[in-house]
Design a protein around this ligand. Structure first.
Ligand code: ATP
Ligand code: MG
Ligand code: MG
Ligand code: MG
Length: 479
């Protein structure tokens, strides 16, 4: 089954259960001070759970573009090193707003996975909330019984409050959740250690695929829990992980979600995927990051030096450096990958096709400008390494790399790690603060390639030398 068919079947299945299929919300969140990027399918429905709005449609399903690179959910450092955490991924979800509850949610999840997708039943595990004494909360027996009707008792595991009790914040809607995990290891591996011992261990082939949240309480300001008059269901399933399970692969990157991109990278680099750990990681990171960057730009977030824009710039520079160091891409290359993505998602996320030239252009400008200083920065690190006394790169040096060569702190930290070094991050922040204080005095200074511009509270470098790209952005925003 192809990824396209797998996504389609999910949506069709929930449509057949009376759900309305809605489009993904943008991955970039506007007008919410608490969140920069959509990190779960439920984000766009937050107001229904909070009771601020009443849902006109009680059953909804979709595939949501998510980005987990900041705040509570930050998987950036995992990407490429493990095989199942991405920056940008699709979360398939179904919701009930005060309509069906645990029974239907659990039975439908089971029906979809085992009857429609035909995943092997003896490879599945469910977790339920096991209770919490400090809150006088009981185990979620209702969920246990429902799973136990499908799975033997030893494959319905108790989970802790941390993993199996979901809360939106310090106050607000919350409730127990159930996760489904799948064991994709070889028989021989399973014989050695049973799957139930691997669940929650972060094993690359024993992965969480679906989380079903049962929102039944409201946490009020004194910390106590009150039952909600209307109970809700909020589920999220990792699409790329589901595809891995259904296509019988051991890594998300081996599925047809990522293979077309990896094939292009491998061809460009003249290196086969699977030949070498370092080039493999680079191909995985780039094929992941290009998705995050392209969808962010498509949703209106340009790389910049502040806030969400800087998150995107950091991801982009990280991708450029992986290409430069490990695949020997010393010319701009990321922008050439945009058409591969836009073709792949043409029927699902048309925002890429419509803007592919624009997206490619923005990326080209960014990578061109970073490639101008990347090599000098890397050489500088080599020199620093030689003269280093201990194994820590000082805050002043990290700041010099940032200031002169455009190296985000996390990129310096990554390169440091690769060399067995650390970075004095507090020292870097102190340097940064001094720079901000200085810049309050002078409003505009030119420093070589980078034009330093004073903004309200923040200070940044504008990476665009070509103002045409910026003009286009303004035009796009107005539409
Ligand atoms: P994990 O424990 O694997 O980090 P999670 O518990 O943080 O996952 P949830 O917040 O429950 O994830 O999100 C719902 C589903 O989304 C998960 O069951 C998983 O299949 C998928 N998912 C979560 N994070 C990622 C990611 N970074 N990349 C790909 N899929 C993800
Ligand atoms: Mg996680
Ligand atoms: Mg988890
Ligand atoms: Mg989870």
């Amino acid at each position: 089954m192809t990824a396209v068919e797998i996504r389609q079947q999910f949506l069709q299945f929930f449509e057949s259960k009376g759900h309305k299929i809605v489009p993904s919300a943008p991955m970039v969140v506007q007008n919410d001070p608490t969140l920069m990027f959509t990190n779960a399918g439920m984000n766009q429905f937050k107001d229904y759970f909070l009771g601020n709005k009443e849902a006109q449609v009680k059953r909804i399903a979709d595939t949501q573009k998510c980005l987990r690179v900041s705040g509570k959910h930050n998987d950036l450092e995992e990407v490429g090193l493990d095989t199942y955490h991405h920056t940008m991924f699709e979360m398939l979800g179904n919701w009930s707003f005060g309509d069906y509850f645990k029974k239907d949610a659990i039975n439908w999840a089971w029906e979809l996975l085992t009857e429609v997708y035909k995943l092997p039943k003896d490879r599945l595990y469910a977790t339920v909330f096991g209770g919490d004494e400090s809150e006088s909360l009981e185990k979620d027996n209702e969920a246990f019984e429902l799973w136990n009707a499908h799975l033997p008792t030893d494959r319905v595991l108790d989970g802790s409050k941390k993993d199996n009790f979901w809360e939106m914040g310090d106050t607000g809607p919350c409730g127990p959740c159930s996760e489904l995990h799948i064991d994709l290891r070889d028989e021989a591996e399973i014989a050695k250690v049973p799957g139930r011992e691997m669940v929650n261990m972060g094993h690359p082939q024993v992965v969480e695929i679906w989380n079903l949240v049962f929102i039944q309480f409201n946490r009020v300001s004194d910390g106590s829990l009150k039952p909600l008059p209307a109970k809700h269901v909020d589920t999220g399933m990792g699409f790329e992980r589901l595809v891995m399970a259904l296509q019988g692969k051991k890594s998300n990157y081996d599925t047809d979600v990522f293979q077309p991109m990896i094939a292009v990278l491998s061809e460009k680099a003249g290196v086969a995927y699977g030949d070498d750990e370092k080039t493999d990681i680079a191909m995985r990171v780039i094929s992941d990051h290009i998705r995050a960057i392209s969808f962010a730009i498509a949703d209106g977030q340009l790389p910049s030096n502040v806030k969400a824009g800087y998150v995107i710039r950091r991801i982009l520079r990280r991708a450029v450096r992986y290409g430069y160091t490990f695949l020997k891409f010393n010319e701009p290359f990321l922008h050439t990958l945009v058409p591969v993505l836009s073709d792949q998602f043409a029927g699902v996320f048309p925002e890429l096709v419509g803007q592919k030239d624009f997206i490619a252009k923005v990326i080209f400008e960014e990578e061109t400008s970073f490639l101008r200083t990347l090599d000098k920065g890397l050489k500088r690190i080599e020199v620093i390494k030689q003269s280093l006394k201990g194994n820590e790169i000082s805050g002043a040096v990290a700041f010099e790399l940032y200031d002169t060569y455009g190296f985000p702190l996390d990129l310096t930290a990554l390169i440091a790690r690769e060399n067995g070094l650390t970075v004095d991050e507090a020292g870097f922040q102190a340097e940064m603060q001094q720079q901000k204080d200085r810049s309050k005095k002078s409003s505009k200074v030119s420093t070589g390639d980078w034009v330093e511009v004073k903004q309200e509270e923040e200070l940044g470098f504008i990476g665009y030398d070509n103002l045409e790209a910026v003009a286009q952005v303004v035009k796009y925003r107005e539409i």
